[in-house]
Design a protein around this ligand. Sequence first.
Ligand code: MN
Length: 133
Amino acid sequence: MMTGIMAAKILYVEDNPQNMRLVRKILGNAGYDMVEAVDGTSGLEMAAKEMPDLILMDINLPDMDGLAVTNRLKENPQLAHVPVIALTANAMHGDRERFIASGCDGYLPKPITKAELLQTVAHFLKQTKRESQ
Ligand code: MN
């Protein structure tokens, strides 16, 4: 497999069209391949179908809590290794700890900034690559 020359695939589970548009632009410009889901149910389906290298997970989704979606992903042996980055607005003290305890690998507060997003994505993609070697 020539994965080294393929763009990393990132799944973004997000119900807010503005956030989706922003992240699509940032990741697209940076050369990533992005796939999208607008709720937890389709997020789980897309993850199984697309086998992304990384997942960005909105916590407030219309059908399920993003943490519940993350739990389900981590229960799937084929997807458990995929890093999940939680995204949420109105971050509260203790959120990061709560998200990590729920199986998320990282956390990004909204509003999303280009620099923070790209830095976090690159960090977790590097980590996955190292672990799989
Ligand atoms: Mn939301």
